[in-house]
Design a protein around this ligand. Structure first.
Ligand code: FAD
Length: 171
């Protein structure tokens, strides 16, 4: 297992060294091989400590691929560690933007979903999660597809789930 120095955007609490696992889409499920308490990490742009693990970080920086882009309907399928800025570099030349954009493009798709972020378009677009059609969750017991039709409760629990999973605490 690697060790990495992690902090939140505000630097509070202070930077610490954490054990870290790296996730790759096609590799063996790393969660099945550890007893550690894990927390996924996007770009670390959260103001508070929701991006800091109590034990081991799961780094998603290798999950950066775009799998498909339907330019007729504006539907993009991408991995969770890709940044919104990287998505925009692909979509804008093809005439599409993201309906919800926060104050920085550095956040990842995974972080945008977990915190169900908002942008200046909130009055008409709502939050990021409103535009998510399907996600695939990687768990220690395998992968699970979630959409409004399949595992809808799990989808709803994951969008904005950073605030419901007990990982956050202030201070
Ligand atoms: C300059 C600046 C401007 C901002 N402007 C806005 C704004 O306008 N609107 C707004 O809503 N927010 C805004 N934010 C906050 C930011 O959008 C959120 O904190 C966002 O969640 C950060 O994403 P991240 O990729 O950095 O995730 P991290 O900070 O690394 O993680 C955030 C949460 O997501 C979880 N997570 C990350 N990736 C995954 C994954 N693949 N699977 C499961 N869980 C995952 C983490 O466990 C953690 O709980 C801003 C932040 C900054 C620094």
């Amino acid at each position: 297992m690697n060790r990495v120095a992690l902090s939140s955007w505000t630097g509070l609490p202070h930077t610490r060294i954490y054990p870290a696992l790296e996730v790759e889409l096609d590799a063996e499920n790393p969660f099945a091989q550890t007893e550690a308490t894990l927390l996924a990490r996007g770009s670390g742009r959260s103001y508070g400590d929701v991006c800091l693990p109590s034990d081991t970080a799961v780094l998603t920086s290798r999950l950066r691929r775009i799998h498909s882009f339907d330019t007729e309907h504006g539907i993009i399928t991408a991995e969770a560690g890709i940044s919104l800025a990287a998505l925009l570099r692909i979509t804008i030349p093809r005439g599409w933007t993201l309906p919800v954009l926060p104050g920085t493009g550095a956040v990842t798709v995974g972080g945008a979903i977990a915190n169900d972020i908002h942008g200046k378009s909130h009055h008409w677009a709502g939050t990021f999660g409103r535009w998510v059609r399907q996600i695939e969750l990687l768990r220690s017991d395998g992968r699970i597809r979630c959409s409004p039709c399949d595992n809808a409760e799990l989808l709803a629990a994951t969008i904005g789930g950073a605030w419901a999973n007990g990982h956050h605490h202030l201070g």
